[in-house]
Design a protein. Sequence first.
Length: 291
Amino acid sequence: MKELIGTGVALITPFTEEGEVDVNGLQKVVNFQIENGIDYLVVLGTTGESVTLTKAEKQLVIDTIVETNAGRLPLVLGIGGNDTAQVSEEMQTRDVTAFAAILSVSPSYNKPTQEGIYQHFAVLAKVATKPIILYNVPGRTASNMMPETVARLANDFSNIVAIKEAAGDLVQAMKMIDSTPEGFLVISGDDMIALPMTLAGGAGVISVIGEGFPKDFSTMITLGLERRVDEAYSLHYKIAPCIDYIFAEGNPAGIKAVFSRLGICGDTVRLPLVGIGKQLRDKIDAFVTAY
């Protein structure tokens, strides 16, 4: 899965002021990534507000991105949830022809044991028609996928090919890199430690900040993969303040404020999410303007 090495971005779903999917805005977001060096696009992840999209809206987002991308970059589709049977059914019925892989989050709310997490992904691995990228994000799921579980899944199922690791724990990420088979990709899901994870042997990042600053962020990861450490870190520290800003009042409200300042699309989010406050908006606007 060499196409997943480098910088992927978790695409937002722009909305109009009336709350409808903004197709024109989404097309602009996609083209902005492609024109500025991003390696692959992740569709209908958390940043895309997939949990508050209807079935019809999800299909509209998929169709718009596939059509706009026109085969230029590899695509990854988010299919996950906390009901194993429902996720399994979607994996078998959703048309994934245009996608290189599926990103599937560890079940949230249920708080399964490590054995439960293993059995959940074992079911999915047996029905998936595309390679699976595991997604570990304890801050959202309330459970952590341990390195031992990741290694077990990676060894037992050849179509489980990677993990988006977003625990924010560099030591845990290093254990995953060390304990998984050769060719298994450990991808950062945390923008602030994406570079050190890459330097430790990771495969790059699936980023949020990267879609707002795609040229410099993707260059940073490329430099990291090439072990050009000083040059890579100069870009990291250039972007780092805005990483804190975009997550200060929740994702994707922060990154949508960046896109609004760039004039690419609006910053509307769907309840229960709300837009960022004026003080934070002023910081983001000032950063983007100075950048």
